[in-house]
Design a protein around this ligand. Structure first.
Ligand SMILES: *Cc1c(COP(=O)(O)O)cnc(C)c1O
Length: 222
């Protein structure tokens, strides 16, 4: 890419509605490039590996107003570390994990913000609740009082047409609304974490409140 990171960030930010939170996905991106993105105004960064994130956070400690978002599949043996490192976890993908995070949050005296990862269409390559599983687990999720459940996260399956991708995002928004209308005491459904470099415009069109962008900001990962 010929344009600078600064220019790319400025252009993408300007193309998004102001209310949409831009999460810069910095996995595999070196810390000096993360600093450039920070200097261009980014304050939200997404990582998908605990170990990699831990060392980057140490190196970037001086940038104390960064908010770190965990966006990867979380193994339960890394749940504690995830809670210690990330105030936001977008990828809570099953009830056992939610309950484990809830217990750890209580033990550690924190209350992380989380999204529930849902699969609108079946996808064996991805983790997450199916719609029916999620609806069945809502009573138990509502008991996870130490998590701030803020909304849904989704990643459409590969190789869909734009029309199909838009329909996945619209279905996610409608599902969040349906859950909201059930008036759970402890489940907020205000956030929709959806949209990556290839499909974020469709996600925004469908009502995304957070987009997770890597390649389009930082270039191809090797
Ligand atoms: C890598 C990743 C992204 C960013 O993907 P790009 O296509 O590079 O924008 C977003 N969300 C998740 C969950 C990811 O793993």
């Amino acid at each position: 890419m010929t344009s600078s990171i600064n220019e790319r960030i400025t252009t993408i930010r300007a193309s998004l509605p102001p209310s949409v939170r831009l999460i810069a996905v910095s996995k595999q991106v070196p810390t000096e490039v993360i600093r450039s993105a920070y200097n261009a105004g980014i304050r939200d960064f997404g990582e998908n590996r605990i170990q990699e994130a831990a060392s980057k956070q140490t190196e970037l400690q001086d940038l104390s107003d960064i908010t770190w978002h965990f966006i990867g599949h979380l193994q339960s043996n890394k749940a504690k570390k995830a809670i210690e490192l990330f105030p936001w976890i977008h990828s809570v993908d099953n009830l056992k994990l939610a309950q484990r995070l809830n217990q750890l949050a209580q033990d550690l005296g924190v209350s992380p913000q989380v999204c529930l990862q849902v699969k609108i269409l079946a996808d064996s390559n991805k983790s997450g609740w199916s719609v029916s599983e999620l609806l069945a687990d809502l009573p138990a999720l509502n008991q996870c009082k130490f998590l701030q459940i803020q909304g849904l996260m989704t990643i459409p399956p590969l190789a869909l047409s734009n029309t199909e991708i838009l329909s996945v995002f619209n279905s996610t928004r409608k599902l969040a609304k349906e859950i909201q209308e059930q008036s759970w005491s402890h489940l907020k459904m205000e956030q929709l974490s959806m949209g990556m470099s290839g499909d974020y415009q469709l996600a925004v069109q469908a009502g995304a409140t957070m987009v997770r962008l890597g390649t389009i900001l930082f270039g191809d990962r090797t």
